[in-house]
Every structure is written in structure tokens, then in C-alpha cells.
Design a protein around this ligand. Sequence first.
Ligand code: ADP
Ligand code: MG
Length: 641
Amino acid sequence: MTKNKANPQPIVPESFTFKAETKQLLNILIHSLYKDRDVFLRELISNASDALNRIRFELLTNREVLDPDAELSIHISIDKENKMITLVDTGIGMTRDEIIENLGTIAQSGAREFIKTASEAPNGNENNLLQVIGQFGVGFYSVFMVAEWVRVTSRSYRLDAEGTSWYAVGEDDFQVAPAEKNDRGTKVEIKLKEDALEFLEEFRLKEIIRKHSDYVGFSIYLGDEKQQVNKQTSIWRTPKQDITEEQYKDFYRQLTLDFEDPLFHIQLATDAPMQVYALLFVPAKVDRGMFSIRKQDGLKLYSKNILIDEYSKDLLPEYLRFVQGVVDSEDLPLNVSRETIQATGMMARLKKILTSQVLKDLEELARKDAEKYLSFWQEFGVFLKQGIASNQPEAEQLQPLLRFRTSAHAGEWSSLEDYIQRMQPEQKMIYYIVGDDPKSVLRSPHLDYFSSRLVEVLLLTEPMDSFMLMGLSKYKDFELKNAAVEKADLPEPPESKPVINDPIPDTELDHLIEIFKTQLGEKVSDVRSTKRLTQSVARLVDPEGSINPEMQRVYKYLEKDYTIPKKILELNPAHIILKNLLSLEGGSELQKAIIDQIYESALLVEGLHPDPASMVTRLEQIIEAALTSSSAGKEPDPSVE
Ligand code: ADP
Ligand code: MG
């Protein structure tokens, strides 16, 4: 207000009402959060830093701005007498409209989300949430945790803009009025609450700046000091030994809003062949969580400390898309389009450097901390398999990172290296079997032959495994072979187990095979006997020349209508069930039912049965027959026990 009578129009502030969700947010901040109030300073500094970044960007192409030569910096001063602190920046500033919109009336989806998250946060997590308030786009309001009132006075960089002030006490509304301000930028004046006078102490502010804002890319001056308080280099350009574990975590949290700590981080600083700084993180979980702010995959790409792409997807191969972080390279030209950067081939080189660093660090983790590596593998293993499937140039670096369950160590994870270390002396191949889950695949008849010779078989039971095999035909000198297909000629078992049953004589066997063929008809392409089975009655194999089972799976996943080609049913002539089957009345309902059941059981262990529940009726029929024959005083038929 002015008392100058010569000016007939006093400056009357105009009053505006905060949006409903902003009021609610202010209410929470003022009344329920008392711990970690420090963050208000970080938020104000971060806003000042954003504003400085924006003017710096503008200045690259436009010198027609207010104060083009002003130092880009932040000044913080303390006024103990009036219990005030003031932040001044020479950033982009705000016009009257911008100040009204940005600090009060813009619809705040972030505020709504913050309130919702705060109300759902597990007890004790409210303060974690406060730590990341800036990520909800409402950081400014955190100042009301410590402020009795706040006045923001700003002048935009635009030559025709005038100064404006904004004033609020954190209740329902705020006032806006024209204001005297001659230089570009924003001044935030805070009158501290009585219970927040600790922030009048210089050492306290210094401590907060060092903790939370050390890496802000502009000088921060405190009081009358000429020396800046902050280090000013970004965290990813700071030498590893100068960064604490806490600072890494803090940075990760700010970057991703993940409440969990990252599993581990990868820091890279190189000069040749390119200058690159990178700080990358592998999250603890594959699921980004509800409140993650990284809605897309990709790394933040900076050049000379200026953000040029928020979600750069060209810095790592697609299969490493779970990696989060920041990449900064002096060598990328600023101010040119993404397409141009790409055309220079620099992105390709950058990608190569980063990929190889990530894989190197994963390899090191696997070597030095097997347990942590396994928790990585369980979350992200499928991504590495995808990498193998897509035939990447770095496949050889990927192979040692793979982990498998195997027939001999089903409860553990083994690497291919572990596997070849445990191979039998005469073994020349790596065997695998594909199926739906580790438990059922362990019952596969295809394993009989290998188990009896103590030869280990990899259990591949994830959909991605079949795709992975397209890019994994060999590890070192050992080819990978499907145990269900391979005509392995491994030596006889070390100590031949005594033969419990003599096989069915040939003539009877031929007869039995005919019975099977008649009963199964078109369902199979052939029926024959095999010597490969020891424990199982029967198994299904593919006719010579047909595609591998894993490729059949690939087709099945890719094409809904794909039908698995007809298989050959192989019988174990030494199995007691088949012997007893022969003794049943030829062509009887029971004999037919058992033959159907043998076939469908084989389908089931193969993971190919379209409708396992449909077997129930037949099984009941067989049980009933067994019970009838035993209650008739006969020996129970062992084949249906
Ligand atoms: P965010 O920074 O995430 O956008 P804030 O609540 O911290 O959310 O700030 C709201 C908006 O107010 C900012 O986006 C910016 O437009 C404006 N603002 C705040 N502080 C400044 C400042 N010092 N200089 C210029 N604009 C600012
Ligand atoms: Mg902010």
C-alpha cells in the first residue's frame, strides 16, 4: 500500500483461493508432519535450480532477456532479528499469470497423489514420503512446515514482464500484487514459525545444503560468505570415494521414488574412447511399484550437465531396460535433435560402453556376492534370457550370467560353468529339457536315460527359455542338446542296476503295439518300443525331421492356432503295467481306458495336455474296475493302483 496521494490507485492485492487438494495438502504439511522438516530447503533450492537451468537453456539461443549476464546462482540470507530466511535466484522468473498458476491454482494431481500415498503409507513411512515430496510436483508447499508466512517476489526473464509478489500463510487463499523488482529471478522470503527457529542457524542450513543439495549445479552462497557452500558437481561426476552409501540411496530415491533401496549401483567415469559419466541402478524389484515416477523405461541423458532426454531408450539394449539412472557425456552436441545425435554414431558407441559396463558389474556381483546375484537373477533373469534370445553381439558376456535349475540340483541355481564342472567324464554335450514347471518336468520319462547314467539335465520351464534357446546353441565347446530328442550314446550306467523285469517277448510286444495303434488311431503318428525308458511306462517323441520341442513351444506362444505335430508313442517293454495290460481281456473297456490313460499321462508330463480335468471320468472308471476285480477275490491289478 502506498500513502502517496499523487497515486490515486493504491496497490490492492488480489485474492485467490487454493485448489481443494492443495488446501488439503497444506493442512497435512502444517499439522501432521514434524520430522524431517529439512526438506523444505532442498525443495526451494531445487526450484531455484530448475529456474536457473531453464534460463541457461534459454540463453543458448536467446540473448534478448533481462540481465543476460547475471551470475547464475542462489543466495540464501538469514535475518535473525526478524526471524526470516530469504532465497534469491537469478533464474527464469515468473510473470503474474505464471505465479498464480504455478503456486496456487493449477490443478494439482500431484497433491492428490501425495495425500493418497500419505494416507496409505505403512506407519512410519510418512516421513519417507516427505523425503520425496518434490517428485509429486508439490515440493514448494513443504515450506509451510516451517513458515508462518511466505512471500515470493518474481520477475520473468521476458523483457516486457513486471515484478509480481505472491503472499500466503498456508490457509485457504493467497494474495497477488504488482511488486517492485528490478532484476531477473525469484526471491522467496520466509517468516519462520516459533518452533522452527533452528533454521536461523547458519551451521544448520549449511548442513542441510551439504546433505541434500550438494550436487546442485549452481553456486549456493550463504549469508555474506563469498565462498559457495555446495560442491556443485553432480553426483555422477563425483569420484566414488567421495560419495556415501546414503547419498547414492538418496539420489536413487529422488530419481525413481522407489521406497526400496536399489540392489546395487554402477558408476562409470571414462575419458576414452568417449567422455562418459554414468550412475546406474539396478532396482531391488522388477515391479516398479504404484508410485514410481519413472513411468517409462530409459535413462536420463545429460550433456554437459544439461538434461537432453528424460527417457533415453537408446543407451542400453532393450533387455537391460530395468536399469535406472543417469548418463552424462561431454561429447554429445548440445542443442541438436535426437535424430542428429543418433546419426553421428555416438549413441551407438555410448550404448556399447554402457552395456559392457553393466554386464561386467553383474559378472563381478555374481563372483563376489552370489546371494545378492541370485536375488537379482530371480527378479531380472528373464531379461537376460531375452538378451540371449535376441542374439546380441555381447552374447558371450551374457552366457556366464545365466542360472538354471537342473535335474541333479533342482532346488538350487547353477551356472553353465557349474554344469560343465560336474559333467561325467565321457559327456560331450550339455543336455536340457523343456517343460511347464520344474516339478512336473522332473517326472519326465525323457530323464530316465540320463538319470540312470548320472548325467545332469538343465530344466527349462519358463516360456522365455524356449526363446533363449534360439540364441544359445553352445557354451564354450559344448553344444546344448534337447534330452527328449537327442540320440545320446552315453556309456552304460556305472553299475548296471539289476533288471527287475524281463521285457515282454517280441511277438507279444508286436501284438500289444497293434492294440495301442488301434485304440489311439489318429492321435499318434506311430507306436513303438524303446530301450531308453527305465522308470516310465511310455513317452512321446517327435518323428524324425520334425522341429524341436522348444521351437514347437515358441510357435505355440506366438500363434494361438498352432497345433503341436503328432507324436510317436514309445513304450517301455519291461514295464509291469504293459505286462498286466496284455493279460486283460483283449478289446475290453478297461484295456481301452488304460491305453487312453497311458497316452494322456504322457501328454500331461510333456505339458501338452489341453484339458487335464477331462481325465477324471476315465480315472474313476479305471479305479472302479480295480476295486471290482479285487472285491471279486482276485489279486488287485497292480497296473491300476
Ligand atoms: P515442481 O518444482 O515439481 O514443479 P513445486 O511445487 O516445487 O513443483 O513448484 C511449482 C512450480 O512453481 C514450479 O514448477 C515452477 O514453475 C514454479 N516455481 C517455484 N519456484 C520457482 C522459482 N524459484 N523460480 C521460478 N519458478 C518457480
Ligand atoms: Mg520443485
